[in-house]
Design a protein around this ligand. Structure first.
Ligand SMILES: [Zn+2]
Length: 567
């Protein structure tokens, strides 16, 4: 999930990396370069050995944490396309190549930038990383803001269908808005507000900045709280440090703020206190319908300098053409990018083994099973390894705007992100469970494995909005994001919780590394079931749809209608 501002895929219900943290020494650090190793003999079946080999390689130090626009990218996309070629897929990218070029803008904010706060109690300098993070998506090398008035706008939501507008009657032109993360239903734990404890898109930090931009604010600052964000300040700090990536404005027309960022809970509490306000009381007020924006009797000034460069990254696209309906396709998806490597002492490489070498390894294993199976599938299969997920789901956003196979002809999307490596589980977590008929098909295969479909453990985390399937869903394509759960066959939910707690300490940290001790029987089961879903669709003529009432169904019905097909 976006480097800077984007945190992704910390699967709350995830059973995770093997217990018993390993130190760097015993894994990839000493492994010879991938191409120098004795070639691994891949089998045509989905196996733990193959999966492990792929994850070990993609998460090795040689891949340098797979940051877009780096040597790590070159090594990664070449490795993935070599696997697609080995399997016998056909190139599905630009000009019959394996790659779809994704133009991007790389912006690196000067982390000596200071936010100058002038309050009734005096002035205070907020330091980058310690007190705040700040950046710009405008592509401008300098953004200067002087004496911009600070206004608290609650959750910063304008949701007509919820009869809720935190900006009602307020002109924020030139002002800096201070916004709470998540949505009213969460902090109030009130099931009648929004979607209760399940985060709606209004709760996502991306929505907050998009709405503040639509309203014309000069800048927006989100107040960090670990429960509301479902990750700690260090994740925010890590993700906003260094290069940030974005699509070019011409490829992504959504309005953009001159500057956007986060402040720590402590800084917010002091800011409110200086204005004679109590942050907790203001949060209570923001939880109520009819909330009115609150001037904070303070001003902010900053001179944000950034280095800006136009670059490009690559999606990798492999296709297995269908034998009877090649124009129709099932799409398997996984992001290959991660956080790269950072300055500093000790372990500075973010290997991204679970996030998301496991997903990439998963689509390669599933592709191999399809490509070697007889009879060959009637409909086509697209295997898409996208870039820039950690920077805002940008690679998938770009593919959705420029698909290799028309989205109206894309039967369904199956996303693999941060698969479980904790061993076989009795449950199968469907993020956003209750969304589409794809779940009915998955239920069949999970049932054959004596497993039960369950919803993600922490719906308040908004995980449905934090991985690449979301861009397809927004375009109406039924999308499934599922993986093994926490109720482990060996050790039950206690073992599952231990595994996810362990992963939470490695999430978006250098410690997310390959571990040869992982029990991969569980992920093999998951991949078999996800293969099954694609197989059922690829051999038939079904058009699974969203369930009635789902916000994405209308877009699908329209697209299918226009394609002359039945919804
Ligand atoms: Zn991820």
């Amino acid at each position: 999930m976006r480097r800077p501002h984007l945190m992704l895929a910390l699967p709350a219900a995830l059973a995770l990396a093997a217990c018993g943290a390993q130190d760097k020494a015993d894994d990839t650090a000493t492994a010879p370069a991938p191409d120098a190793q004795a070639a691994h003999a891949f089998s045509s079946d989905i196996t733990g050995a193959d999966f492990g080999e792929l994850v070990k390689t993609l998460a090795s130090d040689e891949f340098e944490g797979r940051a877009p626009g780096t040597a790590g990218e070159d090594r990664t996309v070449e490795y993935i396309s070599a696997q697609f070629e080995r399997i016998g897929l056909q190139p599905g990218g630009d000009n019959d190549s394996w790659y779809q070029t994704v133009p991007m803008v790389e912006t690196t904010a000067d982390d000596s930038t200071v936010l100058k706060l002038a309050t009734a109690k005096g002035t205070r300098d907020l330091a980058f990383g310690r007190d705040m993070v700040l950046g710009t998506r405008t592509g401008k090398p300098q953004i200067e803001v002087a004496d911009s008035e600070l206004v608290f706008v609650g959750y910063g939501v304008d949701a007509p269908e919820q009869d809720w507008n935190d900006y009602a009657g307020l002109d924020v032109e030139g002002k800096t808005v201070v916004i709470l993360v998540n949505d009213p239903g969460f902090h109030a734990q009130d099931e009648s507000l929004f979607d209760g404890n399940r985060m709606t898109y209004y709760g996502r930090w991306t929505y907050k900045f998009e709405e503040a931009a639509r309203k014309g604010a000069a800048a927006a600052l989100i107040v960090h709280d670990t429960a509301g964000a479902s990750y700690g300040w260090d994740v925010v700090k890590n993700s906003w440090s260094g290069a940030q990536f974005d699509l070019r404005p011409q490829d992504d027309p959504e309005p953009r703020l001159p500057a956007q960022g986060w402040i720590t809970g402590d800084v917010a509490r002091q800011l409110f206190a200086d204005a004679g306000l109590d942050l907790d009381a203001q949060i209570q007020a923001a939880n109520k319908r009819g909330f009115k924006p609150v001037p904070l009797n303070a001003k902010v000034s900053f001179d944000l300098k950034s280095t800006v460069a136009e670059k490009s990254s690559r999606n990798v696209v492999g296709i297995l053409p269908g034998t009877q309906a090649p124009e129709e396709a099932i799409l398997y998806l996984a992001h290959w990018d991660h956080l790269g490597k950072h300055e500093g002492e000790g372990d500075t490489i973010y290997n991204g083994a679970i996030d998301n070498a496991t997903g990439v390894a998963g689509i390669i294993e599933i592709a191999e099973k399809f490509a070697t199976s007889e009879p060959k599938p009637k409909r086509s299969l697209v295997f898409l390894a996208v870039t820039l997920e950690e920077s805002g789901l940008l690679g998938s956003k770009y593919y959705v705007a420029q698909p290799s196979i028309d989205l109206a002809q894309t039967v369904g999307v199956i996303n693999l992100d941060a698969m479980s490596v904790a061993g076989p589980s009795r449950d199968f977590v469907v993020t956003g469970k209750g969304s589409s008929e794809l779940e009915d098909i998955l239920q069949t295969y999970a049932g054959q494995q004596n497993r039960t479909l369950v919803e993600e453990g922490n719906p308040a985390g908004g995980y449905y909005f934090r991985s690449d399937h979301f861009n397809f869903a927004k375009a109406g394509v039924p999308a499934l994001y599922a993986k093994g759960g926490n109720d482990l066959v060996e050790g039950g939910t206690a073992a599952g919780k231990a595994a996810s707690d362990d992963y939470a300490t490695r999430y978006h940290q250098p410690g997310d590394e390959y571990n040869p001790d992982w029990n991969l029987d569980g992920v093999v089961q998951d991949l078999e079931a996800l293969y099954g879903v694609g197989r059922t669709l690829a051999d038939g003529d079904r058009w699974p749809n969203w369930y009635e009432g789902n916000p994405f169904k209308a877009a699908r019905d329209t697209a299918r209608g226009e394609a002359g097909g039945a919804p």
